[in-house]
Design a protein around this ligand. Structure first.
Ligand code: FMN
Length: 366
């Protein structure tokens, strides 16, 4: 099955991309992922002055299932890349030369200064990368320097900074959204106003993974203290799916969406395509399972497409969007289907007559 898709004029051999983070943290790991079969990668976010980036240890925290111990949520307080831009420029060139058919997207972030953003854009563009992703979304650490989600939380800044980049960029520009806002359409539309042709969503959700009950310290704990961090992994997927669908329904049709958040297998990826993503990005899933997970992604998506009669990934994009409606409309539809009694029979005063867990199960769809 041909899983390729063309997005913003770029041909992706398949729609599976490493999300910006540890999986794309240097040329060696990027090469390893392309060898393994990933269609593309968004490299770890780079800036002009890596010396200002100092990471802490530990910087990750896990939320586990109570019954199986499986990791269901993941918090990080990791910053953007701490590797010098000169090294990155060299590595972007090498990776692109070695893997011309894989799509290499550079994630960039800078302080609120036009000349800095434009300098970074021009020097990275000269290496031959295929596209930019603007990191307006890192929710911790960088925000203290007014970077990352400090920009993505303010649509006026999102538009202004995007326009600085698109003024000098000759390749497609995607903007990566923070979910830590009320209405994701506002900053996304602002980025589009500024010239972005694609939206990536979502970055991590601001979180506190837990408190150590022995020491009373919030986690992850660094020298006895902590800061809130970014939440990812399967627990965030329903929120990411909701935001992606809102973007797909609310953005101009020619704006592409790269779906991110809690994707761990082909079933998860398919749901993002069906709700409007043309590509998907995976970060925590790769950190926990390794780059080989792309095999199952390809097999599972191929099998689904064969079973359902889809001939291309493009055909699946947004297929489930027409089924969103309003609550009022659902009530009307139940009435039309002569099932209004179902609603009546489950009015709130029923709850006391049955065990609450039994009643919950009765009203659950899956
Ligand atoms: C350890 C870690 C580091 C990350 N670093 C970056 C980064 O440098 N730039 C960026 O745009 N997103 C970064 N992210 C966010 C991911 O790219 C992704 O948006 C988010 O984790 C949700 O997807 P996931 O559930 O597949 O991880 C990072 C995530 C993690 C877990």
């Amino acid at each position: 099955m041909d899983l390729s898709i063309t997005v913003n004029g770029i041909k992706f051999p398949n729609p599976f991309l490493l999300g910006s983070g540890p999986p794309g943290t240097n040329a060696r790991v990027l090469a390893k992922s392309f060898e393994a079969g990933w269609g593309g990668a968004v490299a770890k976010t780079v800036s002009l002055e890596s010396a200002k980036v100092v990471n802490v240890v530990p910087r990750y925290g896990k939320l586990r299932s109570r019954s199986t111990g499986e990791v269901i949520g993941f918090e990080n307080i990791e910053l953007i890349s701490d590797r010098p831009i000169e090294v990155w420029l060299q590595e972007f060139r090498e990776v692109k030369k070695e893997y011309p058919n894989n799509v290499l997207i550079a994630s960039i972030m800078e302080e609120y200064e036009k000349s800095r953003w434009q300098e970074l854009t021009k020097m990275v563009q000269d290496t031959g990368v295929d596209a930019f992703e603007l990191n307006f979304s890192c929710p911790h650490g960088m925000t203290e320097r007014k970077m990352g989600s400090e920009m993505g939380e303010h649509p006026d800044l999102t538009e202004e900074v995007t326009s600085w980049v698109t003024e000098v960029a000759k390749i497609p520009v995607w903007a990566k959204m923070t979910p830590n806002i009320t209405n994701i359409r506002e900053p996304a539309l602002a980025a589009v106003e500024g010239g972005a042709v694609g939206i990536s969503a979502i970055n991590t959700i601001l979180s506190v993974i837990g408190v150590d009950l022995d020491t009373l310290r919030p986690m992850p704990t660094v020298e006895g203290h902590a800061v809130p961090g970014g939440y990812s992994c399967q627990a965030v997927r329903p929120i990411a799916l909701r935001m992606v669908s809102q973007l797909a329904l609310g953005l101009p049709k020619d704006v592409s969406i790269s779906g991110i958040g809690g994707i761990e297998n082909s079933h998860d990826a398919l749901q993002f395509f069906l709700l409007g993503s043309s590509t998907v990005q995976i970060c925590t899933g790769v950190m926990l399972q390794g780059v080989k997970m792309v095999d199952e992604l390809k097999e599972g998506v191929t099998k689904f497409m064969t079973d359902k009669g889809f001939e291309s990934v493009q055909e699946m994009v947004g297929k489930s969007l027409p089924y969103f409606s309003t609550h009022m409309d659902l009530v009307q539809k139940m009435k039309a289907a002569k099932r209004s009694k179902a609603g009546e029979a489950s009015r709130d005063n029923e709850w006391a007559q049955k065990d609450i867990t039994e009643k919950t199960a009765e009203l659950t769809s899956n």
